[in-house]
Design a protein. Structure first.
Length: 148
């Protein structure tokens, strides 16, 4: 049974709203579509490192969530998703008006899904690639991501 776009959107938004870390970071869920999810944050002192850039941990967290939710958007409703591993390349300091991670599914499987997230720093209407994450995500049964 395939999900429609409205079901996917609702599923991802309900799950995202329950993520404590995303709330702590002030992260926001942007566009959601099958196989693609956007997560962003506005830089502020609480997510910065000692030089004033957004901390790599915060960049990694929104990239992991964007990739993970992109994977979840392709899974049946009775499945959840967990990150099995990820690698992130930090290409430039995370500085800008907004940091945005765009996750997309590369290959969706029954058990494992490969996804990527590109992370951009946006300033003055321009976007600069600052990180690239590649993740392997595992489908788990009985954890649909929807609250009872």
């Amino acid at each position: 049974m395939s999900l429609d776009v409205a079901q996917i959107d609702r599923r991802i938004r309900e799950s995202f709203a329950r993520q404590g870390l995303m709330q702590s970071l002030g992260a926001m869920l942007g566009e959601v579509s099958p196989g693609q999810v956007e997560v962003s944050l506005i830089p502020r002192p609480e997510v910065s490192q000692q030089h004033g850039f957004v901390h790599a941990g915060a960049v990694s967290a929104i990239a992991d969530s964007a990739a993970g939710y992109a994977a979840l958007s392709m899974m049946p409703m009775d499945r959840g998703v967990l990150t099995a591993e990820f690698k992130i390349n930090l290409l430039a300091p995370a500085a800008g008006e907004r940091i945005v991670a765009r996750g997309k599914v590369v290959k969706s499987g029954r058990t494992l899904t490969l996804a990527q997230a590109e992370v951009f720093a946006e300033s003055d209407g321009k976007a600069r690639l600052i990180a690239l994450l590649t993740a392997t995500l595992m489908a788990i049964e009985g954890r649909d991501g929807i609250a009872d």
